[in-house]
Design a protein around this ligand. Structure first.
Ligand code: SF4
Length: 198
């Protein structure tokens, strides 16, 4: 871990009333709760992951899982702050058992589309093949072929990178991960000339 950097629990977004008891897919039977997102809901950058990871230990104490540790470290190195970022998911419930992936993702994508329509992020950053395939609506899409350049999804300039957990498991991906964050932060700082990249 970079010296001086400590990952923290970011504030969770409030679930909108129409989704608070969502039973639209089978995951409602196995979830502990819905995670709508975390970070700043008004942030210019939306980060899209496949689904939330573990957020509390066995005793119920909140902790920052490996995914969020790697993500926060790369954000920190690239000069982005929590207030610049909002993290959300293709699936808002964490799967615990086998489920019909296609059906659940198809269903929960409606929530993501509504969220984006409401929040109007300026940039999107998609992490991992699953998130990329569903956000790009292309089941053949792969991070390794799409990273390093900008794409337009809906009207949102979008770039992609590996899933933070894959980066933790395969340290040789970390530099690629950082390069992708650099692509994102460069555009962010170009859009916000009054802010200075640390
Ligand atoms: S995964 Fe999405 S659609 Fe399925 S129950 Fe959870 S919030 Fe609803």
């Amino acid at each position: 871990m970079e010296s001086g950097f400590i990952p923290v629990v970011w504030p969770e977004d409030v679930i909108p009333p129409e989704a608070v008891n969502c039973t639209k897919c089978e995951l409602h039977c196995q979830r502990s709760r819905i995670i709508w997102g975390e970070g700043n809901p008004d942030a210019p950058i939306i980060i899209i992951l496949d689904n939330p990871g573990a957020r509390e230990d066995r005793e119920g104490n909140p902790f920052v899982c490996g995914t969020r540790q790697a993500l926060q470290l790369a954000a920190h190195i690239s000069g982005l702050k929590m207030e610049d970022l909002y993290i959300t998911y293709i699936l808002k419930c964490r799967p615990l058992r086998k489920y019909n992936k296609e059906k659940a993702r198809n269903t929960c994508m409606e929530h993501l589309k509504n969220q984006i329509q409401k929040q109007k992020p300026k940039l999107a950053f998609c992490m991992g093949n699953t998130a990329v395939q569903w956000f790009f609506d292309n089941m053949q899409a792969e991070v390794k072929n799409l990273r390093g350049i900008w794409h337009k999804i809906g009207n949102i300039p979008t770039c992609v990178t590996y899933h933070p957990l894959a980066v933790r498991r395969r340290p040789n991906l970390f530099q690629h991960f950082l390069n992708d964050w650099e692509l994102l932060s460069q555009r962010f700082f170009d859009m916000n000339k009054d802010l200075h990249k640390p």
